[in-house]
Design a protein around this ligand. Structure first.
Ligand code: FAD
Length: 368
């Protein structure tokens, strides 16, 4: 710890000398998408790619572990962990249009990017991404996708800082994009994304607008807009309720199907269109967990789906870990955990959380 303290002191001197803005002992909670988290010893959000590179190179040269984040819409900082260095890319948000290509810096908002590309430039193939609340860099990291459109579809290349501090441009084929996966999340220490270059393919303006409208409405039917929330906990493109009951209980599977017929038919959907919810399906799920003694759920569950964590203001790190691991177990550990609990760049873990911290590490190592 003494060694790390010295390194952090050195880092702060460097940031001051370079005139880079940073916060010390920063409570990151209100700056995160999930509105949860604790202290970060040094938090910085560089204004230019040049500054970003300088900071990254300094950290690597001095062997200081760090975490790069975008809008934190897929990650959870735990209040029970104090982190050493976090670099946020939110200010790296320049965009340039050139010869039918569009280049953005990593921190550009994905939602804004979709509007610019689709509406201003009539480009097709981005519509499904319209409601994903992250940065373009964060999206490329995990190959974000929705409604049949994936961020990698029209991607040409990604500019990165590699582990040898060299700027490299990776062509799409070199990025190993798969479902929710890329070379970047497979080797998080190897590449830091700086910018992304996309091809614009002209589409039909009215078809693009219709698609965006359609996907926007669909998203509102399952995404929680009341509480701070994250994307899907488990990376599953099937009905998670059915998947859980399928192997565990025929009876619950049947009751669930009956509830779906009652509450998910077009008439019920129309009646509850202003307040879509899975309230009754969730009640059944909670009863199933209790009756089968499968675990204890202390957190509030989203009305829209069990596959999303919501922060009702009362949640704690243990609830978060328990619920993620419970869903992972209930789906037979067949699907990967999509939300990322931040367990790198750790300065200190609170004593009563150490057991959970080890559990998380095990689960995430298993995932790799
Ligand atoms: C309500 C809601 C709905 C969502 N819907 C979808 C959906 O439909 N489809 C989907 O795919 N996802 C969805 N997500 C998940 C999330 O929005 C996406 O994964 C998003 O692309 C993450 O971007 P971010 O900037 O928030 O990344 P963060 O959460 O900040 O970071 C995610 C990971 O990317 C890494 N990272 C970020 N920037 C860089 C960089 N420059 N270089 C290297 N690594 C970097 C971080 O270290 C971290 O490991 C949803 C999330 C929410 C909250």
């Amino acid at each position: 710890m003494k060694n790390l303290d010295q390194k952090l002191k050195h880092l702060k001197t460097f940031l001051k000398d370079e005139n880079f803005f940073f916060n010390e002992d920063f409570n990151i909670k209100n700056d995160t998408y999930f509105k949860y988290g604790g202290t970060v010893k040094v938090y910085t959000s560089p204004n230019t790619l040049e500054d970003f590179k300088k900071i990254l190179i300094f950290l690597r040269n001095h062997e200081i572990d760090f975490k790069v984040i975008g809008f934190s819409s897929n990650i959870i900082f735990l209040r029970e962990i104090c982190y050493s260095v976090v670099i946020c890319t939110k200010n790296l948000n320049r965009i340039r249009m050139d010869n039918g290509q569009i280049s953005v810096e990593t921190g550009y908002s994905l939602q804004e990017f979709v509007r610019v590309a689709s509406i201003l430039y009539n480009a097709k193939g981005f519509e499904g991404l319209e409601g994903i609340p992250g940065t373009v860099g964060g999206g490329v990291f995990m190959n974000a996708a929705a409604y049949g459109d994936s961020i990698s579809d029209n991607l040409i290349s990604v500019t990165c800082l590699d582990q040898n501090d060299k700027i490299v441009s990776l062509k799409k084929e070199e990025c190993a994009f798969k479902y929710r996966s890329s070379i970047f999340n497979q080797n998080p220490k190897k590449y830091i994304i700086l910018g992304i270059n996309f091809r614009l393919q002209e589409g039909n303006r009215s078809a693009i607008k219709k698609n965006i409208e359609k996907f926007h409405i669909a998203r509102h039917s399952y995404q929680d807009f009341v509480y701070p929330s994250l994307g899907s906990i488990i990376s599953i493109n099937k009905n998670i309720y059915r998947e859980i009951y399928r192997n565990k209980s025929q009876a619950y599977f049947l009751i669930h199907l009956i509830l779906e017929v009652i509450f998910k038919n077009p008439i019920s959907k129309f009646i509850s269109r202003k307040r879509p919810s899975n309230y009754f399906l969730n009640l059944l799920f909670l009863r199933f967990i209790k009756q089968k003694k499968l675990g204890k759920i202390n957190n509030t569950i989203s009305d829209k789906t069990i596959n999303t964590l919501i922060n009702d203001g009362e949640i704690n790190g243990q609830d978060i870990v328990n619920f993620i691991l419970l869903l992972h177990d209930l789906t037979n550990r067949q699907y990967s955990i999509e939300n990322e609990l931040v367990i790198d760049s750790v300065y200190r873990v609170s004593e009563d959380f150490e057991k959970s911290y080890n559990e998380i590490q095990r689960a995430f190592n298993e995932k790799k």
